[in-house]
Ligand binder design. Sequence first.
Ligand code: SF4
Length: 281
Amino acid sequence: MIDWFSVQGRDLPWRRPGTSPWAILVSEVMLQQTPVVRVLPRWVDWMEQWPTPADLADAPTAEVLRRWDRLGYPRRALRLQECARAIVREHGGAVPRGLESLHSLPGIGEYTAAAVTAFAHHGRAVVADTNIRRVLARSVRGRALPDPSYSAAERALATRSLPAEPKRSVAWNQAVMELGALVCTARSPQCERCPLAEAGCAWYAAGMPPSVQDGRRPQRFEGTDRQMRGKIMAVLRRDGEAASADLLALDPSDPARVERCTASLVQDGLAARIGEQLRLP
Ligand code: SF4
């Protein structure tokens, strides 16, 4: 896997030598729910604007949300700013080491704490992202998909599979994650160009049987509250504010939905209501 990555791995800016731990943490938060291709320009812009935690901690929150642009799930932007403030307040402005310290930061869950430990601090950590979980489920367990939520069996397998030596463990995490992103994809695995096919991938060897979970329906986006929240945030990023009455035009057939989504954005701290106007906070 590590040899394969040295030839096939993508040259992504946050992987380059000299990238700061903070810049790597930002990339991991952005990549949590957004594809690489959409993260790339936003990450570059973000790091030019706020290269250190102290820079982001001091930034106006409205500007933070504007520059988050269309990465989606904008609560991540608020949490990232809270994280920057906690790093300045509690760690002297430097991204802390250790899973426990990282996990205690706002917006940093188990996965991100492990990814920062591995990729920013070059430590041994089990980075169980969806790609690694899928590759292990197929190549070792012989299943089409990992368990619906990260299970104890998966955790034990990921821990067992990770090389003991820290430097190799970092390279392994990166390589398996990349294989899942580029080759062993969820919908169309390209086994003919996969180094694990000849190395004994269990699912491939078994003839790629479908999973009992294959009936899971993909999540619908059209018509959801998440889509409407995204539309309202796009108006606020563009204009800074909007009249509540004008926002109803986003879906004249369902004003209750617009109002419900507006209220939830205010509740999440992503927008503020001033009289009849809605604004970025
Ligand atoms: S052989 Fe196919 S199923 Fe197995 S790890 Fe490679 S791409 Fe995935």
